[in-house]
Design a protein around this ligand. Structure first.
Ligand code: PGA
Length: 262
């Protein structure tokens, strides 16, 4: 199946009202108009989303209105409402038009102690609100060097499959090797493809509709390396951190995705 590529920017804890406005306006202005350029015919091309800090959802929602950009968030509570100070529910994200939410990013697993089970519950909370969770999995450098890469990513994805069962075809997966995030050290296309194929097989065993699920690569994806990563058969897009904060770089990655889809 030819899955539509997805390029999702992960702004992390960056931005300001002023900087966001300049960045989003530049990205919107640089997107090809409908019907223009490679892959612009109906059903191909690439989806593009911006996953922004929660306080900026309203601002970016209005900035992307009437553009092809979708809005996303970076985390969600497992709870629906109540006495959970500081948490943000999926229904709240939905009210601001969030179509995606990143769950289980390695920075949340590492700095906030999120477990596989919590990540699975976050994916469930998102799905219940009609939001597509972008479920992040990935091994640390020590795990890779110990030959545990496959076991780690399979364990992380298995938890999400276990809790979400038949809804699993509604998720997006992002393979993000921790050693490649923000380091400038990208997985080679072959290294990434190898893990994506493992994840693809795992999804296939869990669902008859697995071929809908997009598996993104994340970890120092940039304008220079995007095309070769996106050319791999099981790499269906990218989760972009640093390069999503620079409109020219982000637009070049989007162009590479559109070219790969054409
Ligand atoms: P990076 O971040 O592109 O800056 O490596 C990716 C991510 O953490 O999602």
């Amino acid at each position: 199946m030819n899955r539509k590529k997805l390029i999702a920017g992960n702004w992390k804890m960056n931005g300001s009202l002023q900087a966001n406005e300049a960045l989003v306006r530049a990205v919107v202005a640089g997107l090809p108009a409908a019907g223009e350029g490679a892959g612009a015919n109906v059903g191909s091309g690439a989806d593009v989303a911006l996953c922004v800090p929660a306080p900026y959802l309203a601002q970016v929602q209005s900035l992307v209105q009437a553009s092809a950009l979708d809005l996303g968030a970076q985390d969600v509570s497992v709870h629906a409402s109540g006495a959970y100070t500081g948490e943000v529910s999926a229904a709240m994200l939905r009210e601001f038009g969030a179509r995606y939410v990143i769950v289980g990013h390695s920075e949340r697993r590492q700095y906030h102690g999120e477990t596989d089970a919590q990540v699975a519950d976050k994916a469930k909370a998102a799905l219940a609100a009609g939001i597509t969770p972008i479920v992040c999995v990935g091994e640390t450098l020590a795990e890779r060097e110990a030959g545990q890469t496959e076991a780690v990513v399979k364990r992380q994805l298995a938890a999400v499959i276990h809790v979400n069962g038949h809804c699993i075809s509604e998720i997006v997966v992002a393979y993000e090797p921790v050693w490649a995030i923000g380091t400038g050290r990208t997985a080679t296309p072959e290294q990434a493809q190898q893990v994506h194929a493992v994840l693809r097989a795992q999804l296939h065993a869990a669902s008859t509709r697995d071929d809908r699920v997009r598996i993104l690569y994340g970890g120092s994806m940039n304008a220079a390396n995007a095309a070769s990563l996106l050319a791999q058969p099981d790499i269906d897009g990218g989760l972009i951190g640093g390069a999503s904060l620079k409109s020219a770089d982000f637009l070049q990655i989007i162009a590479a995705a559109r070219a790969a889809a054409a």
